[in-house]
Write a protein that binds this ligand. Structure first.
Ligand code: ATP
Length: 268
């Protein structure tokens, strides 16, 4: 089930100056990789390129040993699912109907669901705790509930690779943690390869196996959180000072910004 995807010598842009120049990324099979970096550093563009929704200016992306460009659309939709940052809410669609859309790549021309489809939809609703809201239309959900519905749709697609662009936006802290725990379980229990764009560095460090730090058109660092999230890399990427400590039991780094401006006396 686990899927491996890697990008080599990738240059990404939107017509002007490249957003990323000659970068290389590998998402290890069955692992959670967090993409972090400042606003505008190219995280979404990279994720969209991995999902074949953005065409690179140069470089190559290989998905399970084959060039990404070679996959037929339906074949690709069975391999990877992508959750965009702000999906457009279709009018009048219930949670269950939305989740069932995730089954389209698996259905024949008639598009009617069989046992496997029903089972996948039920699993996705349960995994996201959405069963009680299954009959609700999306416009009658809170922001966080709606976000979980989109995640459920991506899950119902039952792909070995899941690409999530800021899935915790709009969620309160409890659901942020719940979504990240779900992501962790998908990797640990189902072997799903996950790339997730996150802004909260400490959450990224706590829930991922690897972090890729993007800034200034390049990869500042990538590797296990304890190696990737350091005071130096945070300063390089975000131009802020922090104190990074390692949890003595788990080895997970936590980064605490230096909140106060340096005092004039300290500067002299
Ligand atoms: N469709 C587009 N057309 C032109 N420029 C774009 C387009 N999409 C993104 N950009 C530009 O590309 C750069 C990278 O954008 P991208 O959305 O990949 O960054 P990001 O790291 O995901 O940012 P954020 O953290 O703000 O979501 C930005 O400078 C942005 O303005």
């Amino acid at each position: 089930m686990s899927v491996e995807i890697s990008a080599r010598e990738l240059t990404l842009g939107h017509g002007g100056e490249p957003v990323a120049r000659s970068i290389g990324v590998t998402l290890a099979p069955g692992a959670v990789t967090a993409l972090v970096g400042p606003n505008g550093s190219g995280k979404s563009t990279l994720l969209r390129a991995l999902a074949r929704l953005h065409t690179p200016d140069a470089g190559r992306i290989v998905l399970d040993g084959r060039d990404l460009a070679e996959y037929r659309p339906r074949e690709l939709a069975r391999k990877l699912s992508f959750l965009t940052q702000s999906p457009i809410v279709p009018a009048g669609v219930t949670v269950e109907e939305l989740v069932a859309y995730g089954r389209h790549p698996h259905q024949g021309l008639l598009g009617r669901g069989g046992d496997e489809d029903r089972e996948a939809v039920a699993w996705a609703l349960d995994a996201t705790n959405l069963r009680p809201l299954a009959e609700r239309t999306l416009d009658r959900l809170s922001g966080g509930e709606r976000q979980r519905a989109w995640i459920a749709m991506a899950l119902a697609q039952r792909t070995g690779l899941l690409l999530l662009d800021e899935p915790t936006t709009y969620l309160d802290i409890r659901y942020q943690i719940e979504v990240l725990r779900l992501v962790r379980r998908l990797a640990d229990e189902h072997g799903i390869t996950v790339a997730v764009v996150l802004h909260e560095l400490n959450q990224a460090a706590a829930f991922s196996d690897a972090m890729v730090v993007l800034a200034g058109g390049r990869i500042v660092t990538s590797g296990p959180p304890a190696e990737a999230l350091t005071e130096d890399t945070v300063r390089t990427a975000f131009q802020i000072d922090t104190t990074v400590t390692l949890d003595p039991h788990t080895g997970v780094p936590t980064c605490l910004p230096t909140w106060r401006e340096p005092s004039p006396a300290a500067a002299t």
